[in-house]
Design a protein around this ligand. Structure first.
Ligand code: AMP
Ligand code: MG
Length: 420
């Protein structure tokens, strides 16, 4: 039976929004960014917004795959080293140029690898099977029709789909689109995200703290996490716990932001600046999520731009980014897979968390011959940023489980590539 004490007990989970529901609230308001035609180098890594089909054959001319002579296969069918076929050299097919003239009976064109095949010829006699003597060539072996010729349309036929809408443009796609002449494909752009750090106690990493001062780490955690996700971060800097100054910084960045992230100032305290600035206007909702770390969260829209108000503790920032912001960014970028991969892993040590919340425990996972094994990297405190730096995964300990015991199975979100 619930006692009044439970209502305010942070571990109980009462009155808190479940993680999945909080994430759904966020994702249901997020839309893919309006597609833009971007140059290929900027379109790299973005999701294609329309399917693209080849307008012409690729390649669009037949070319030689060998250095040698472009000839008629019927004329050299009987060629041998003892009885060669002698042909008159009547032209030269050069790379990058349309060959002038036609290969007729008793004739050959000298041709280089990659050069267009002249009209009249249907095969290449490679230089290795030829002897050149003055203005003629003696062909010493037959070469059947089509041999050593790369036909037009061999790679892609005109009208065939090159890249489907929804596909992310990586190295092979970029090369293919370049070949086909799509120099400015229509893609969902990378979200530009403005990052603010709130707190009177904060100083930049380059300064030495006076007693009680804290270096701003969240801006850099978020910068890197945003870059890794494919977004374009801007660090707007440290903002004092002053409502007017804070709003000024947010609104001055409106035109260069597709989304905002702030850290700190979302709890219940008098000085919680983000809450004080946006709560009354109703633009940003503030609620408590049944998760540890990362319980207090703010989310809403400022002039139509998603606004994520994260708590200040460094681990909360990292876990909140992974839980809410990264999937939202993926959706903004038009990605189909919004979530990180998860693996089932066996815990090497006990993980104890709050019974009513989802706990995201920092672990190092490795693959063994008996499957994945997860080792916790430290305590559960949301200020312990070094536990994140040692980890490559977040083990999910669901509500209802106080202690996930050593030897038990947990799901682990992999937040680093296994190569790192
Ligand atoms: P707050 O949510 O503003 O009450 O902050 C919670 C804790 O996180 C406090 O100990 C802050 O000093 C710390 N904190 C807030 N912002 C940052 C930041 N940008 N970098 C490092 N620590 C921070
Ligand atoms: Mg603060």
């Amino acid at each position: 039976m619930a006692t009044p004490g439970h209502v305010h007990d942070h571990d109980s989970g009462e009155g808190l929004v479940p993680v999945d529901e909080a994430r759904e609230r966020v994702l249901s308001t997020i839309k893919p960014l309006q597609p833009l035609a971007l140059p290929l180098t900027e379109a790299y890594g973005c999701v294609l917004a329309e399917s693209l089909a080849a307008e012409r054959d690729i390649p669009d001319f037949a070319s030689s795959a060998m250095d040698g002579f472009a000839v008629r296969s019927s004329e050299i069918a009987s060629a041998t080293t003892t009885v060669p076929v002698e042909l008159r050299i009547v032209g030269r097919a050069m790379i990058g140029e349309r060959p002038e003239g036609t290969v007729g009976g008793g004739e050959a064109f000298a041709i280089a690898t990659g050069a267009p095949v002249p009209a009249g010829a249907d095969t290449i006699a490679p230089i290795e099977t030829c002897e050149v003597a003055g203005g003629s060539v003696r062909v010493l072996a037959p070469s059947i029709g089509g041999k050593h010729i790369r036909p037009s349309g061999e790679d892609v036929r005109a009208g065939e789909t090159l890249v489907q809408a929804g596909r992310r443009l990586q190295a092979p796609e970029l090369g293919l689109l370049a070949t086909a002449g799509f120099a400015h494909p229509l893609v969902h752009p990378r979200p530009r995200v403005v990052v603010l750090s709130t707190g009177d106690e904060l100083i930049p990493p380059s300064q030495n703290p006076d007693y009680g001062q804290v270096r701003d780490s969240n801006a850099y955690t978020l910068f890197a996490a945003l870059r890794e996700a494919g977004a374009v971060p801007t660090i707007a800097g440290i903002v004092r716990d002053d409502v007017d100054a804070f709003k000024e910084v947010v609104f001055s960045h409106l035109t260069q932001a597709d989304a905002f992230i702030s850290s700190g100032g979302v709890s219940v305290g008098e000085r919680d600046v983000v809450k004080a600035a946006f709560f009354r206007r109703g633009e940003v909702d503030f609620y408590r999520v049944a998760m540890q770390p990362g319980m207090p969260q703010g989310f809403g829209e400022i002039e139509g731009k998603p606004y994520f108000g994260l708590p200040g503790n460094p681990v909360s920032v990292f876990v909140s980014f992974e839980t809410f912001i990264r999937p939202a960014l993926m959706k903004m970028m038009g990605r189909r897979q919004l979530f990180r991969p998860q693996v089932p892993a066996r815990l090497e040590d006990d993980v104890t968390g709050p019974i009513g919340k989802t706990q995201f425990a920092r672990v190092r996972v490795r693959r063994t011959k008996d499957g994945w094994v997860a080792t916790p990297t430290g305590g559960r405190g949301s200020n312990l940023i070094a536990t994140v730096a040692k980890a490559n995964g977040l083990a999910i300990v669901p509500p209802g489980t106080q202690t996930a015991h050593a030897g038990s199975q947990v799901k682990v979100i992999l937040f680093r590539s296994m190569e790192d």
